[in-house]
Unconditional design. Structure first.
Length: 250
């Protein structure tokens, strides 16, 4: 799954990289949506590039609330669904089957640009499970193009979710409890993903042919990432940390 991301490029840098124009909406014009650690369960606003407004990026809350719900009841909805991930991720295999996703699958796809993301590895310490956070980034240090969908609630609140798929070998080795990974679009598929003419089989094909493991680097970092109070939201959180308990190669 993907419940934590890192976004340190400014809005202007993202505009230049993706050749899009930022639209702030209700967000203050001087607000920068940058995070060393964006904890999904705090439901931050993040930039997305939406299918319905190609050539732009807009600030949207992370945590999909279905179109038939009310955004004004977001707090209750997230609390009610926390055991299922509070809308932070959506299984790509269910994109056209679930009532929560089907309404967005063809017309409200999006790209979530991030510099990296965090996943837990489960090791053993004194016979007990011991979680070690890993940081993932592209080897060429360009942004990940995470695939997502967004929804508009009955009272016009917009929220998004990150799509996930079955783990590839790198992710299966590290994310060794859930065995999932985010769908990371190839650079050449950015425009394709936002194409209004895509049919169901073509959407599934783009997700299946996403970024390969060979372009991704992952390594262990400080357990401070998991501390309460936002201690993980600091620049040095992505520094590598060695653990005696870690027995895998990465």
């Amino acid at each position: 799954m993907c419940y934590g991301t890192r976004v340190v490029r400014t809005a202007q840098q993202l505009e230049l990289f993706y050749n899009v124009e930022k639209l702030y909406g209700d967000l203050p014009k001087d607000k920068e949506l940058v995070y060393n650690y964006a904890n999904g369960f705090s439901h931050p606003h993040m930039w997305i590039i939406p299918q319905e407004k190609k050539g732009t990026m807009i600030p949207v809350m992370w945590g999909l609330i279905p179109h038939y719900k009310l955004g004004s009841e977001a707090k209750d909805y997230y609390k009610e669904t926390i055991r299922y991930g509070s809308g932070l991720n959506a299984r790509s295999e269910k994109l056209f089957d679930s009532n929560n996703y089907r309404n967005s699958a063809l017309t409200r796809r999006c790209i979530i640009p991030v510099d990296g993301f965090y996943e837990p590895h489960t090791a053993k310490k004194n016979g007990k499970d011991f979680k070690i956070p890993f940081y993932f980034h592209r080897k060429n240090d360009t942004p990940f193009n995470l695939a997502g969908i967004y929804a508009v609630t009955k009272d016009k609140m917009v929220t998004f979710t990150i799509l996930t798929k079955e783990a590839t070998p790198l992710f299966a080795k590290i994310h060794n409890k859930k065995f999932r990974r985010p769908v990371i679009l190839q650079d050449d598929d950015i425009d394709v993903w936002l194409d209004d003419t895509l049919q169901e089989d073509e959407v599934m094909e783009v997700m299946a042919d996403d970024l390969v493991d060979e372009h991704i680097k992952a390594y262990p970092i400080s357990k401070d990432l998991y501390k309460r109070g936002g201690e993980g939201d600091r620049p040095d959180i992505i520094e590598k940390v060695d653990y005696e308990e870690l027995s895998i190669e990465y």
